[in-house]
Design a protein around this ligand. Structure first.
Ligand code: FOL
Length: 208
């Protein structure tokens, strides 16, 4: 028996409805926001790696040339043996594992060599964890949420359900502290702009 694992979610959502996707892809192309995602999920303490857990559709949404996401242990959740076999074939020899549930993914990651565990989507997996953040295997402690706004309308068909009675926004000092611990300096947390979008990097934590 091992300790309950702390996990983090990382997600970018368009307010006020928390839209995160359209037709199986991100609704936007935000170069510097994606750089933040890459650095936050890749940077681990010396001698360890982080893990990224994602659903099968999110795996398929990542451009083949970028997957598996480098320098991270990739875990893909897939319940059906047909998609399972296709992913297995693509990833053989890489740092990628396939699991059929969050609990088995977490148990596969039970190693001293893993620093942080990030869940990187999509909507089905995020919403499962947001509604049930704690099981006997894991507990969602942090949500790295990029809060995006735009004056224009953007088509969205995937949303996350943020429940403000379960989660509260941490101070920007708390997020800055996390980033500094990993020597991730130089990010402006607020009032970032790219194209039609403005966004803030925020951290949400479970209300105990
Ligand atoms: N969280 C945040 N904050 N922003 C996101 O865009 C995001 N995207 C996902 C999950 N959480 C997120 C899922 N979608 C790549 C593509 C899609 C994707 C996640 C990652 C990807 O290609 N990542 C490369 C970056 C390449 C680059 O720098 O352009 C990586 O190495 O992480």
């Amino acid at each position: 028996h091992t300790e309950k694992k702390a996990i983090s979610l990382i997600v970018a959502g368009l307010l006020p409805k928390f839209g995160i996707g359209f037709e199986g892809q991100l609704p936007w192309k935000l170069k510097r926001e994606m750089r933040y995602f890459r650095l936050v999920t890749s940077t681990a303490v010396a001698g360890k790696k982080n893990a990224v857990i994602m659903g099968r559709k999110t795996w398929q949404s990542i451009p083949p040339k970028f997957r598996p996401l480098p320098n991270r242990i990739n875990v893909v959740l897939s319940r059906t043996s047909s998609s399972n076999a296709a992913i297995q074939e693509e990833v053989e020899g890489s740092d990628t594992v396939i699991a059929d549930s969050m609990s088995s993914a977490i148990r596969l990651l039970d190693s001293e060599k893993i620093d942080q565990i990030f869940v990187i989507g999509g909507a089905e997996l995020y919403n499962q964890l947001l509604s049930l953040p704690e099981t006997e295997d894991y507990s969602v402690e942090n949500i790295f949420l990029t809060e995006i706004t735009s004056d224009k309308d953007h088509a969205m068909d995937a949303f996350i359900q943020m429940d403000n009675t379960q989660w509260r926004k941490a101070s920007s000092a708390a997020l800055q502290g996390h980033l500094e611990k990993y020597e991730l300096t130089g990010f402006e947390l607020e009032n970032n702009e790219e194209g039609d979008y403005k966004y803030d990097f925020t951290l949400w934590q479970k209300i105990k």
